[in-house]
Design a protein around this ligand. Sequence first.
Ligand SMILES: NC(=O)c1ccc[n+]([C@@H]2O[C@H](COP(=O)([O-])OP(=O)(O)OC[C@H]3O[C@@H](n4cnc5c(N)ncnc54)[C@H](O)[C@@H]3O)[C@@H](O)[C@H]2O)c1
Length: 255
Amino acid sequence: MRLANRAAVLTGAANGIGAATARRFSEEGASVVVADLDEAAGTALVSEIVETGGKAVFANCDVSERADLEAAFDLCSSRFGRFDILFNNAAVQDTRGILDTTDEDFDTLVRVNLRSVFIGIRETARRMIDHGNGGSIINTSSTFAIVGSPGYAAYHTTKGGVSSLTRAAAIGLMEHGIRVNAICPGTIDTPGLRLGAANTSADPEAAMRSYLSLQPMKRLGTPKEIANTVLFLASDEASFVTGENLVADGGYTVV
Ligand SMILES: NC(=O)c1ccc[n+]([C@@H]2O[C@H](COP(=O)([O-])OP(=O)(O)OC[C@H]3O[C@@H](n4cnc5c(N)ncnc54)[C@H](O)[C@@H]3O)[C@@H](O)[C@H]2O)c1
């Protein structure tokens, strides 16, 4: 098993990409802290993992609150005796373009999507250094860190920040045996994507079809396909990989 005896915290893990990654980590032997605002879905996922023989615990966590993040990290150490992997994944979308985005909208997105990643890396690194085993931190960025679009002005800003912070943190934490990488998913069929379609169009199914029409592979990605890339970066198979922004987008950014 690729994550035998490892313990991980995953934020935004109750649904979508985070939930798929919690399942994959557990299948590969990791104990997981499912950290999320959505208690109903998060506790259901924990039950599912435990029923299939895994080790999991739910942490009620709003990533925009440093105390919540720290509590989730400390829960990992106290419950599982280790803290080896952080998946900094929780984020919210704001589909508005630059002319329609207020200062308050911008501040909210930065606090949830970017400040949380900064604090998450810093507080995790402090704990990993204390444990003395090194570790692996994976941040969820986006193809929207690479290409532009007419909307999502604040979201683009935060994901560009996540990708850049990933490189800086990778260099800063290298001497402590901590690797820091990011994934840049393309268009992945999750509850979050479907919510975005519902928020931007009177006809959400038509919006989903328009996303599909932009895909070189003529299909959307699945949460499990992203989870597999996160698993690689979390595992020792990626021992020489740090500061990388791994794009998993079915070719979206290369055509
Ligand atoms: N789905 C895509 O097409 C896509 C593409 C590129 C990047 N991403 C990124 O992937 C990540 C996961 O997206 P998803 O599509 O699985 O989303 P999702 O909406 O399906 O799931 C996100 C989870 O994060 C949780 N969450 C939201 N705000 C939170 C907060 N403040 N504190 C704690 N938890 C919070 C939600 O409760 C939910 O469980 C995000 O960082 C997103 O920006 C998604």
